[in-house]
Design a protein around this ligand. Structure first.
Ligand code: AMP
Length: 421
């Protein structure tokens, strides 16, 4: 049977083991974030385009060419599928007056993002990000804590090897103009040699020159002046404090003086999370102040976003298995329609103690046992008339095929004896 419609390009259906792995990761993100005192925040998947056009930068790839616009947008309000969620969270902060809460705020989110990219390995049009944001703190400890938690999740919880943080500082509005001038005068010498996009960047947004991936620009990028050499006193101290905190921790990091990241809102700390042997970053983040940009009110904040599908890919490539549900060990079957409800009662009674499954949609015992066999359970409890009249059930060992009669009031103990050693 063939449908005449299909799922959109660069998006996926997840089922079977794939969705089970995702569920295990979601579960880990929720538990881990809450345990570290981050509160869950949920904002709409659709936002006014201004949330992003007035934060990520007109010249960022996302704003220039990757946003999905909703068709019924009006002239005044153009809606887009969110391409990221930091800007949405800060929009929610202002709109809901969250400055009255005890500051700083620790928020986490887990949700779908959308970017109209050319799909390839690890690059999707719909993907999931786990994000952390510490809102309203200028303290370097906030930057450290965000980096540390990402590292801890990957290395301690998921036991991934070869995790490394690439780190840079982009300075602030005080130190950046001086640097920009230097960068422009350096690049001007090569303005006819660099790629077309960089020629535009040179005029409109010079910092983006450092983000160019085009091969012809790499030799010029390599020798370009570095922002980190132009930091003002306050930015220098902020960065040094962060490095000291990282040095005292187990986080493995490396300075990457050309790291600028894809969005304009970053200032001071920027970082990316990479894994040895992978040619993409699995996460990234940094410090930003959207309050300053939107409403001229300082709101120094720092955050991160980790790509869940990329993480899943890395776990698969490294042969690490993480599943949400353990395999059911016990199947409950019944003989004769009248006993279905009694079987259901027994099933519900033991559910708190064991991973148990049933298939009451099949009437024949043989069909139920065939299903139990396919799933690969260790034991089947068979509820049948004769045994039930003596308040007992049959316990079938699926490995060696033997059967025993067990009194119902001893069932949990007997199963524990066999399954929990
Ligand atoms: P960004 O929001 O661009 O800082 O990206 C943060 C993380 O989100 C990346 O390191 C990826 O893990 C993930 N990510 C970003 N874009 C995509 C995409 N198109 N497909 C899959 N994952 C993505």
């Amino acid at each position: 049977m063939k449908l005449d419609f299909k799922r959109p390009k660069g998006m996926h259906d997840y089922y079977g083991e794939d969705s089970n792995v995702l569920l295990a990761l979601y579960d880990l993100f929720f538990r881990f974030s809450v345990k570290h005192n981050f509160q869950y925040i949920e904002t709409p998947i659709i936002e006014d385009e201004k949330v992003f056009t007035k934060s990520l930068g007109q010249m960022s790839d996302v704003v220039e060419k990757e946003m999905f616009y909703l068709k019924d947008s009006s002239k005044t309000e153009k809606y887009v599928l969110r391409p990221e969620n930091t800007a949405g969270v800060i929009r929610a902060y202002f709109e809901n007056g969250l400055s009255s809460e005890p500051q700083p705020l620790f928020y986490f989110y887990l949700g779908k993002m959308f970017r109209k990219e050319n799909p390839q390995k690890g690059r999707l049009r719909e993907f999931t990000q786990w994000g952390l944001e510490i809102i309203n703190s200028e303290n370097s400890f906030a930057d450290f804590y965000i980096i540390y938690l990402n590292y801890k999740l990957l290395v301690k919880e998921l036991k991934l090897e070869g995790v490394k943080i690439l780190l840079n500082s982009l300075g602030c509005e005080k130190c950046r103009p001086k640097y920009k001038k230097k960068l422009i005068s350096y690049y001007r010498r090569y303005k006819n040699k660099i790629c077309y996009d960089c020629q535009r960047r040179l005029k409109e947004n010079p910092l983006r020159l450092l983000d160019c991936k085009n091969a012809i620009c790499q030799p010029y990028k390599k020798n370009a002046p570095l922002l980190i050499d132009y930091l003002c006193k306050n930015c220098e101290i902020h960065f040094q404090n962060l490095l000291q905190l990282l040095d005292k921790s187990e986080v493995v990091y490396q300075l990457d003086k050309t790291l600028v990241r894809g969005f304009d809102y970053y200032e001071r700390t920027v970082f990316e999370i990479v894994i040895e042997g992978e040619n993409f970053a699995i996460g990234g983040g940094g410090r930003y102040d959207l309050g300053k940009i939107w409403v001229n009110q300082n709101l120094p904040s720092v955050g991160s976003a980790l790509g869940v599908e990329r993480l899943k890919l890395v776990l698969e490539e490294k042969g690490k298995k993480i599943l949400y549900a353990s395999k059911p060990e016990i199947f409950v079957a019944y003989v004769g329609e009248e006993l279905k409800h009694k079987a259901f009662e027994i099933l519900e009674n033991i559910r708190d103690n064991f991973d148990v499954i049933f298939n009451f949609f099949k009437q024949q015992l043989s069909a139920q046992l065939e299903y139990a066999n396919k799933i690969g359970v260790k034991y089947v409890i068979i509820v049948a008339f004769e045994e039930l009249s003596k308040n007992s059930v049959i316990l079938k060992d699926m490995v060696n095929g033997t059967q025993e009669i067990i009194p119902i009031n001893r069932l949990i103990d007997e199963l524990k004896k066999r399954l929990i050693s």
